[in-house]
Design a protein around this ligand. Sequence first.
Ligand code: ZN
Length: 299
Amino acid sequence: MRVSREPVYVHRRRRLGAALLVAVVGTLAGFGSAEMASRVLGTDDPAVAALVSSPAGEATAASSTAEATPTPTPTPSPSADAASPVAPTPEPSPTATAAPAFDLTALSVDDPDSLWVVVNKRRPLDPLDYAPADLVDVSGVPGGATMREEAAAAMQGLYRAAEEADAAFSITTGYRDRGLQQYLYNGYVAESGQEAADRFSARPGYSEHQTGLAVDIRAGACELEPCFADTAAGRYVAEHAWEHGFIVRYPAGAEDVTGYIYEPWHLRYVGARLAAHMHDEGIATLEELFSLKAAPEYR
Ligand SMILES: [Zn+2]
């Protein structure tokens, strides 16, 4: 669509520019007729001829008529072809015209430094001991934590908004390095057995907390428990976290996809544009969004 429209637009502008030039020069030189003007100026464009030989009012009408008359579509130049490898769609749908498709390839889902990195039981961090380079303290939020810079700023914004809505919370954990994850996971396995532990705790190198983009929050006594969903904070983040670039990463009923039980307290920063896109499209998990394999268990 855009490919074919631009040359026409440029073409029209060029024609009108030429016509104007001819009209001005023609007037100044006192050409007796359109034919003469055209011949002298080296153009045989009927619109130009009409412009030169007509009074102003008629010239406008002639110009409009000339534009309405089907003009030969300019042949796209080779450079235009090279610049746009995708062929223009003949009949673009109204939605395509209204909003260009969201580019799901804009950022990597593999690079651990990417805001869109997808980490799950099939997709460990690479390298396994990855550590972000831009960790900062999430100041101003009770509990405190470290997160990557952009995620920390967004968390501060989410907290302020929640507090204003009487839905304040505190942070349990943000970034966890591989060593701490190992320690926690080992503890859970000792306490509950490996099978149970794998449902709510990631093995080291497989945790979103190691990306510096994830955070667990709590409200009152509801810490890492399903009851968090029914607190004011739980309801607030479920409804508004996306406005600050966060998603509830492990939604209810998606254990077969994400590999984790419903964790209404675990928020993952993906950036405002992607979070809004997922919200608008009603897509709940990163696996579904990026058409990645479901990760119910370690392979
Ligand atoms: Zn978590």
